[in-house]
Design a binder for this molecule. Structure first.
Ligand code: SF4
Ligand code: FES
Length: 391
């Protein structure tokens, strides 16, 4: 490697980043999906429908080599995710290694497997930030959505330990028709937990979530209420709580700039080592992904692999994107959503009002939301379990 492996902090990190990352356009942050194993069964899971089994997961030495390589090529932040990353027995060792090679580490967790001792060990290993997902603000709805009893109480406990250990906390609240009415209380909960940030994350409908779209799609009235509640909280809580909020795709007029554009600002490493342009990229059939177990370096894969180059930039676009003034602003929206809804990942994301499919999906969303079908199909390694009938 052209880059020395000294423990990197401060100026050394920035000098190193300047020399290599800019040459390859390497992103600042990478998502490491350590495992697809997960004790929760969320009906909106964004992992691929075919989960990777634990026997194929990268080993501890393989993940450490990946972390070293990421630091060498100029990545600054590593997000440990899953599945549930705390299901990996070597998590503390991996966090320690990330610290040793100079990476800022964030743990993205459902929190239900964490003890205080484990969290303390992670903090001692140099963990820099914790993000905990919440399914609501009270146990009844939250535990039902997670398909896991007592999940909500456990999350609250872990969030408090996080702040006691002086780790910054982000609350990630995944929102949909069956919990949007709790949004004001979720915001109050994030303040009470002393979180720095709240992500009001509307469900994205690809992967498993597509199977549950009718049970999750918000109504138009909820959408109006949500926008008002978020705007009010943002001005009221300025300097206390940062709130990220993106409008649900199906009701948007313009699509989100998904991943900051394909192959521009982000990549993801799957449990078995596949290097992916986004966490849901494997839902697009017909794309082959290189692996860190193969012959190529991660920098080569980022820069040269077919999967990254297929939808990079604007050259692949069809009309109406190809001649649109916004094409370098939103990069045509989300490839995974375009594929899920049209069967063609190069189509304009139907979230865009200029897409010929936009009106159809808007109607679909409004109709599904009004029909109010509310039973979930849970996500698990058994291949999915329908929620039992309720009274
Ligand atoms: Fe973006 Fe394409 Fe819609 Fe233009 S047509 S706003 S580039 S998604
Ligand atoms: Fe894959 Fe949007 S989630 S490009």
């Amino acid at each position: 490697s052209p880059i020395a492996r000294e423990p990197a902090d401060g100026l050394a990190v920035l000098e190193r980043r300047g020399s290599v990352a800019e040459q390859f356009g390497i992103p600042l942050a990478v998502l490491a999906e350590l495992t697809h194993r997960c004790p929760l069964q969320c009906p909106y899971c964004s992992n691929p429908v075919e989960l990777e089994r634990s026997r194929g997961e990268l080993t501890t030495p393989e993940w450490k080599a990946v972390l070293s390589e990421l630091a060498e090529i100029g990545v600054l932040q590593i997000h440990f995710s899953g599945g549930e990353p705390t299901a990996r027995k070597d998590l503390v060792e991996l966090v320690r290694h990330a610290t040793d090679v100079g990476l800022y580490s964030n743990l993205i967790t459902s929190a239900v497997l964490l003890s205080r001792d484990k969290l303390k060990a992670l903090a001692d290993a140099g963990l820099c930030h914790v993000q905990i997902s919440f399914q609501g603000n009270e146990p009844k709805v939250a535990d039902r959505v997670a398909g896991f009893s007592n999940a909500h109480a456990k999350k609250l406990e872990v969030a408090r330990w996080t702040r006691e250990l002086d780790l910054p906390l982000t609350v990630n609240a995944v929102m949909h028709r069956q919990n949007l009415d709790q949004l004001a209380d979720i915001i109050a909960m994030a303040v009470e937990l002393d979180a720095d940030r709240l992500e009001v994350a509307n469900v994205q409908y690809y992967g498993w979530a597509l199977k549950n779209r009718a049970a999750l799609m918000p109504t138009l009235q909820q959408l109006e209420d949500t926008t008002r509640i978020v705007e009010d909280a943002r001005s009221r809580l300025k300097g206390t709580l940062e709130i990220d909020y993106v409008m649900p795709d199906y009701y948007a007029l313009r699509p989100k700039k998904c991943m900051g554009g394909w192959g521009r600002q982000f990549f993801n490493i799957s449990p078995t080592g596949k290097v992916l342009p986004c966490h849901a990229a494997e839902t697009i059939t017909g794309l082959d992904f290189e692996s860190v177990r193969g012959n190529h370096s991660i920098a080569w894969i980022w820069q040269n692999s077919e999967a990254f180059n297929r939808y990079r930039g604007t050259g692949w676009m069809q009309e109406p994107c190809a001649s649109c003034a916004f094409k370098e602003i939103d990069f045509g929206g989300c490839r995974c959503q375009a594929f899920a809804l049209t069967g063609d990942a190069a189509a304009t994301d139907p979230a865009c009002a200029l897409s010929p499919r936009h009106q159809e999906i808007f109607q679909l969303a409004a109709t599904e939301a009004d029909e109010a079908q509310s039973r979930f199909i849970y996500r698990n390694f058994a291949g999915g379990t329908p929620e039992p009938e309720r009274d």
